[in-house]
Design a protein around this ligand. Structure first.
Ligand SMILES: Nc1nc2c(ncn2[C@@H]2O[C@H](COP(=O)(O)OP(=O)(O)OP(=O)(O)O)[C@@H](O)[C@H]2O)c(=O)[nH]1
Ligand SMILES: [Zn+2]
Length: 206
């Protein structure tokens, strides 16, 4: 028997477990509340499908994203490492609809030249994005995880996203883009390092 997800999973160490039966029941209730017939042909399997989808969309609640940075290696590289245009899909915690866009993640390794695999930067974004989120928290969680696990001299995370809660409903402004940044260490305090990273992000070719 699985436990009820707890709020602790969103901000600290993972403590939540996905309760598929409860999710299915909730989706069935929502369909009923919307005036639908959850027993009609097209909807019969929908509660189970939606439950499976949420288990995937919120997978970052049931694992510790920082663990993807457990493996590091020394490359004697002490200058900027930057991965841009990482596709990002997350779920707005206010409306439970998607926000999506791209993330740019970089860091300046520590004196040992300690680096992580490039794919791990994308994995880190992916796992923090797989939670009910707001864009600001997602951005700073990625930067703070990098600082804790790699002890780099600096970190930068920039996320550009469109929120479907602003496009499909409410204010209905499709195309409006939100940019958030989190700068740490030298990438916040040293103007030349900061300018180099920002220029590389702004000047990239898509
Ligand atoms: N800061 C921030 N706000 C967000 C994010 N995602 C959604 N929001 C906003 O959260 C706010 C919630 O506002 P409320 O007034 O409580 O909810 P609402 O009546 O549905 O708001 P509207 O979207 O304006 O219709 C809205 O302004 C959303 O645009 C995010 O990632 N960061
Ligand atoms: Zn929203």
């Amino acid at each position: 028997m699985s436990e009820t997800p707890t709020a602790g999973g969103a901000h600290g160490a993972p403590s939540a477990v996905f309760d598929a039966a409860r999710a299915e029941q909730a989706v069935r209730e929502l369909l009923l509340a919307c005036g639908e017939d959850p027993d009609r042909d097209g909807l019969r399997e929908t509660p189970a499908r939606v439950a499976r989808a949420y288990a995937e969309l919120f997978a970052g609640l049931y694992t510790d994203p920082e663990r993807v940075l457990d493996k590091t290696f020394d490359e004697s590289h002490d200058e900027l490492v930057l991965v841009t245009d990482i596709p990002m899909y997350s779920t707005c915690e206010h409306h439970l609809v998607p926000f999506h866009g791209v993330a740019h993640v970089g860091y300046i390794p520590n004196e040992r030249g300690q680096v992580t695999g490039l794919s791990k930067l994308a994995r880190l974004v992916d796992l923090y994005a797989r939670r009910p989120q707001v864009q600001e928290r997602l951005t700073s969680q990625v930067a703070d995880a990098l600082m804790r696990k790699l002890t780099p001299r600096g970190a930068i995370v920039v996320i550009e996203a469109e929120h479907l809660c602003m496009a499909m409903r409410g204010i209905r402004k499709p195309g409006a883009r939100t940019t958030t940044s989190a700068l740490r260490g030298l990438l916040k305090t040293a103007p030349s390092s900061r300018a180099e990273a920002i220029e590389l992000i702004n000047g990239r070719t898509r």
